[in-house]
Design a protein around this ligand. Structure first.
Ligand SMILES: [Zn+2]
Length: 484
């Protein structure tokens, strides 16, 4: 009788054998086998043997880790066209946390319903977004402080999202329309966070000269409302603040404030982001903007629809071939793409690798990609393999178990993603299996979507979604609500 029962139970179980377990807690690696039944991990032990008819995955010479959680992702944008999310799966990402930088287009119940309808291969969790909500309430008339009535409308939309599973509230205070909000407005609309112990997360007003002031604003918003606050994609993006990472880490730690980071020394945005000023005709703002990032050789135009032959070249290279000074070029690029005539995008090397590595080592800073599907920054396809290949294996910036913790349990705990982020019996079986010897990012500023290599198998909620580096066709991604 007993063997018959086993035969019934086994087709639903999977055994991963021979791998090195890095469990996501930061504990040292160890050798063991891991059994999955349904969507959960049921046992982890060196002594597990395959059962009859059980699916067996060999992880010989491979690392078995919890699926990576991308703490700041823009992958919801391209998921409809690419539900397999191959650029995320090949990074080992099983959960993308979206709704970042204040992004919001509809109440979260509708957002989740539409996302679920795409049947994505990876899981999604989301923040409510202040910027989109501000646009919805204020329309085109947003270049001013919000009125008390507008603030209460925004607060209700945010409360609705929090009540329906948003991780917290994101703001994008460097972008329109968040740029025009006062600190008091952000404090007021963040009030629904505290009863849910939900998180305030922000692309702050400044990531360069005035970063300290921007962090102080974030702390004020958190402390006034008694909520946890997190800095999105922390960076020191201007020459005036280079090499200040140690004091900023100490400042954040003293205030028990977390951050996330992507592993590149260059950012990607529109060329307007070179200066916080909106006075584009003034040459002086661009002189300062270029000096802040180390000069025109550090600014690469990655998209310019009015003349694609300019794409892939730095301002320095364009300046020499076109015989125009870099500032005239910046103004021309802005002019030729204004009012929807075309689009442009730049990749700007504006950070020091030593600062990046200091941030990466801080125990409170989790990892993200800040990437999108098909985006023009290579972080969308390379971030997590780049951390493991370049920073863990090659440069030994931080040990493997600690890097994995910052991709998994640190994020799951901060974001209240229940039963995820660790390899542990009863946890959801989101699992990434990779080769530490070969893992590597291949995406570059001029080939930003090249897929990473070295992630061998990815399991999402118990099902094999990436098999031997190729999508299996399974699309089992879940919508993850806060604390559910
Ligand atoms: Zn951002």
């Amino acid at each position: 009788m007993i063997p018959a029962l086993l035969a019934i139970a086994t087709p639903w179980s999977t055994l991963i054998i021979g791998g090195t377990i890095v469990d996501g807690t930061g504990s040292p690696a160890y050798k063991a086998n891991l059994r999955i039944q349904g969507e959960r991990i049921i046992e982890i032990s060196p002594n597990l043997k395959p059962l009859p008819q059980e699916t067996v995955i060999s992880a010989q010479n491979l690392v078995v880790a919890p699926g990576f959680i991308d703490a700041h992702s823009h992958a919801s944008g391209g998921i409809e066209e690419d539900p397999i999310a191959i650029s995320q799966l090949t990074q080992g990402i099983t959960t993308a946390v979206v709704g970042q930088d204040g992004y919001w287009e509809k109440p979260i119940q509708e957002f989740f319903r539409d996302l679920k309808a795409t049947r994505p291969a990876i899981n999604f969790a989301a923040f409510s977004g202040h910027g989109g909500i501000r646009s919805k309430v204020m329309g085109d008339d947003y270049k001013r402080a919000a009125t008390p009535a507008e603030i209460s409308q925004m607060t209700e939309l945010i409360r609705n999202d929090i009540n329906h599973g948003a991780i917290g509230l994101s703001t994008g205070l460097e972008y329109d329309p968040g740029y025009y909000s006062t600190t008091e407005e952000v404090i007021a609309v963040s009030q629904p966070l505290q009863p849910a112990n939900a998180l305030y997360i922000s692309h702050m007003r400044d990531e360069g000269d005035f970063i300290i002031k921007a962090i102080e604003e974030l702390l004020t918003i958190g402390k006034t409302n008694k909520v946890r606050a997190q800095v999105s994609h922390i960076k020191l993006g201007t020459a005036a603040v280079w090499n200040k990472s140690s004091s900023i880490v100490a400042f954040l730690r003293a205030n028990r404030t977390q951050a996330d980071i992507y592993p590149y020394t260059y950012w990607q945005s529109t060329i307007a982001a070179l200066s916080p000023s909106r006075n584009w005709d003034d040459r002086k703002i661009w002189i300062k903007g270029l000096a802040d990032v180390g000069g025109p050789a550090n600014v690469r135009l990655t998209r310019f629809t009015p003349d694609p032959s300019w794409q892939g070249k730095t301002l320095d290279e364009l300046s020499r071939t076109l015989k125009k000074d870099p500032i005239t070029l910046i103004q021309e690029i802005l002019n030729r793409t204004k009012d929807g005539q075309g689009s442009q995008s730049v990749v700007v090397t504006a950070m020091q690798e030593s600062d990046l590595e200091t941030f990466m080592k801080s125990p409170d800073i989790m990892f993200c990609s800040d990437g999108s599907i098909g985006g023009s920054h290579p972080r969308g396809a390379g971030s997590f393999p780049r951390i493991l290949g370049r920073y863990v294996r090659d440069r030994k910036t931080l040990p493997l178990p600690e890097a994995i913790r910052k991709m998994t349990s640190l994020t799951a705990q901060a974001f209240q993603l229940r039963d995820r982020g660790q390899l542990k019996p009863n946890y959801i079986a989101d699992i990434t299996i990779f080769n530490l010897q070969t893992i590597k990012d291949n995406a570059t500023p001029t080939n930003s979507t090249a897929l990473s290599e070295g992630v061998i198998h990815v399991i999402v909620s118990g099902q094999i979604t990436l098999k031997n580096g190729k999508p299996s066709g399974v699309r089992n991604g879940q919508i993850i609500r806060r604390n559910e």
